[in-house]
Write a protein that binds this ligand. Structure first.
Ligand code: DLL
Length: 435
């Protein structure tokens, strides 16, 4: 018998799952059309009445929702319940003013804890474990998402959040943590610090690592496992859908099991929007069929992957997704923060001392992401010997930090020295070797 948190849902026969999804979808469409003017208008524009949606087969007729739709309805315009029923707000990092804001009712928090509890159980975490949660706590969904899920399993939670690596190592040793939850790049950074500080991996009791929030490779999995002495598993999620726990590896490593009784997955061709069959790579799309506060219809994640169906050796029947291998847009994930080059551009261009020619370099040094931005000075600023170059670089770096919450090295360069492109400008050089 496989160890499931909720065997009834996780091992449901495919036809029964489809029935359940259909019923939940129909009810959800009724609800969003009644309570979210944005969806009522989109459905009307598509010539659809809520009653036209009778089951999963009708999904492909529904309009997509994009991140920009949430931003256009900032902050609460896509919520399907009054604010008094919302008990928690999170937001996805990386934008000023218009963050992507997500809300949860008490039942949504319950659903979220349930899916994270399933994720933890997938890889053998139980109430006997000590779970060290080094994902950030706050508006980011990583910390609190794992916190509630691990508490639901009954494990002992250490809510350390991110940063202060030497203290993290000390507490992992002192509290005998058995499970580590953080980004995969931070896991490698922890391994570097561990080796530098002389603490042996045998002094740690870690046996399971749950790593996600950014892309990572099988090679990174092997490195993390050997350097930290644990089994490393991938966990996927996004704030808009619920946070971590949308899908998660099991011990068989045949792909991440999607909690498809809550999040209905599709793979589409990012260029045409056409639905692709299982086994083909494309953009992942989710419809939240049980969420109360923010039930999104066909939300385009931007993440590229492949879906597989069929019963896994672990006994679960849920659809599985392969590791995410890229994005259909230009979003970067730097130290776990979602960054669009356009956000950096708008900060840079608010400074009169520079011209709109810039290049963003992203590297991974000592397993930590580093960002360096080169930008051309205007000819006037460059030719004036009195121009305060260093002070301007520092002001630019602070403005970027205010916007993204990330520090970048900013270097002003001479006019007309950055490469020009004849076609689409190449703004980003990402030298991290993740795949
Ligand atoms: O990163 C939620 C999360 C927290 C997932 C902790 C896992 C662990 P956002 O900040 O909204 O939410 O960023 C979502 O991160 O669309 C993907 O591009 C990327 N992402 C998340 N998990 C993975 C993963 C959280 N396992 C965006 N592999 C998503 C690759 C991932 N990319």
């Amino acid at each position: 018998m496989t160890r499931c948190w909720n065997p009834e849902m996780e091992c449901l026969a495919p036809e029964k799952l489809r029935d359940l999804q259909g019923r939940r979808l129909t009810e959800m469409i009724e609800r969003v059309c009644a309570h979210v003017p944005y969806y009522a208008q989109r459905m009307e524009a598509a010539g659809l009445a809520p009653s036209d949606v009778r089951g999963v087969d009708d999904l492909a007729r529904l309009p997509f929702t994009r991140k920009t739709d949430l931003r256009d309805n900032y902050p609460f315009g896509t919520f399907a319940v009054p604010l008094e029923d919302v008990v928690r707000i999170h937001a996805s990092s990386g934008t000023t003013g218009k963050q992507t804001v997500v809300g949860y009712t008490a039942r949504d928090i319950e659903t979220w804890s349930e899916v994270v509890a399933r994720s933890l159980t997938n890889v053998g975490v139980t109430k006997r474990d000590v779970v060290h949660v080094a994902y950030g706590y706050g508006l980011f969904t990583g910390g609190l998402g794992f916190h509630y899920g691990a508490e639901k399993v009954g494990a002992t939670v250490v809510p350390i959040s991110g940063g202060n690596t030497s203290r993290q190592i000390q507490l992992m040793v002192d509290f005998q943590a058995t499970v580590l939850c953080c980004t995969p790049s931070y896991a490698l950074h922890l391994a570097d610090e561990l080796e530098a500080s002389g603490v042996r991996k045998e002094d740690l009791k870690l046996r399971v690592g749950i790593f996600g929030a950014e892309p990572w490779s099988e090679e990174m999995r092997r490195q993390i496992e050997s350097r930290l002495g644990l089994k490393a598993y991938d966990v996927y999620g996004l704030s808009e859908i619920i946070g971590p726990g949308v899908s998660m590896d099991c011990e068989c490593l045949t792909g991440m099991h999607i909690c498809a009784d809550h999040f209905l997955p599709e793979i589409i061709d990012p260029a045409t929007g056409a639905v692709l069959p299982d086994g083909e790579r494309g953009e992942l799309v989710f419809t939240c069929i049980t969420k109360e506060a923010l039930p999104l219809v066909r939300y385009r994640t931007g993440d590229l992957t492949v879906l597989h169906t069929g019963t896994c050796a672990c006994g679960r029947t849920s659809p599985r997704m392969e590791k995410v291998t890229g994005r259909s847009d230009d979003m970067l994930i730097i130290r776990g923060v979602n960054v669009f080059p356009s956000q950096i551009e708008s900060v840079l261009l608010s400074f009169g001392e520079v011209d709109p020619h810039y290049l963003i370099h992203v590297d991974r040094i000592d397993n930590l992401d580093q960002m360096e931005i080169q930008i051309e000075m205007t000819p006037q600023f460059f030719s004036d010997e009195e121009s305060p170059v260093e002070e301007t670089e520092s002001r630019l770096a602070h403005a970027i930090h205010d916007t993204l919450g990330l520090w970048a090295m900013v270097g002003l360069v001479e006019p007309k020295t950055l490469p020009r492109s004849e076609g689409k400008a190449k703004r980003v050089i990402d030298r991290r070797r993740i795949f």
